[in-house]
Design a protein around this ligand. Structure first.
Ligand code: 5GP
Ligand code: MG
Ligand code: MG
Length: 194
């Protein structure tokens, strides 16, 4: 045995307890989502709104997989105080540079957990008069199904555990891991890579 794609998933990083989604699986899913978006928006132009910082990897890969004309904007909001659970308090740290009035807006999110951030964001963006407003989230956690937000494109449904990688951080670290996984107790305790 020992092919790169079979057998158990050995941890590729000392701080990762378990890989939940491999980089190959993410890459394939991005292509699949991009094909759906391309088909749905054929003949139109998309304004991708990436939610910093978690969505940067999805934005970079998704935008390059799409073929419809598009432009990109970024917004930064804060919903988490500092650690691993949602506070429900949303603040705009960086707003869009331009008007989205009359535009076909696709919000690109990393992960939806409580959905509090997203539902606040959608209400805020809707008030700016876009022609359409949809959401693409690469990951979704179980709690999200209880929230009243309509997410048109979802990549993967994950278990409830806190995960890092592919844009997702713990104390700002681990965003550059090409896969998504859970942290070891030691890494959580340490709060930083060894
Ligand atoms: P929500 O408001 O849906 O609970 O969470 C909003 C934001 O919290 C997400 O966009 C993401 O930045 C962060 N978040 C939620 N779950 C996780 C997780 O498991 N890991 C990491 N690193 N961030 C998460
Ligand atoms: Mg996010
Ligand atoms: Mg974070």
């Amino acid at each position: 045995t020992g092919g790169a794609h079979d057998g158990p998933r050995h941890s590729p990083h000392p701080d990762i307890a378990e890989v939940l989604v491999s980089s190959d699986e993410i890459a394939a899913k991005i292509v699949e989502l991009a094909a759906r978006v391309d088909a749905d928006y054929a003949g139109r132009e998309i304004l991708l709104v990436g939610v910093l910082k978690g969505a940067v990897m999805v934005m970079a890969d998704l935008s390059r997989a799409l073929t419809v004309p598009l432009t990109m904007e970024f917004m930064a909001v804060s919903s988490y105080g500092s650690s691993t659970s949602s506070s429900g308090v949303v603040r705009i740290l960086k707003d869009l540079d331009r008007s989205i009035e009359g535009r076909d807006v696709l919000v690109v999110e990393d992960i939806i957990d409580s959905g509090l951030t997203l539902s606040w964001l959608l209400k805020n963006l809707r008030s700016r008069g876009p022609a359409s407003l949809e959401v693409l989230a690469l990951f979704r956690k179980p709690e999200a199904v209880t929230v009243d937000v309509d997410v048109r494109y979802v990549g993967f449904d994950l278990p409830g555990a806190f995960v890092v990688g592919y844009g997702l951080d713990y104390s700002e670290y681990y965003r550059t891991l090409p896969f998504v996984g859970t942290l070891t107790p030691a890494a959580i305790e340490r709060g930083a890579p060894a």
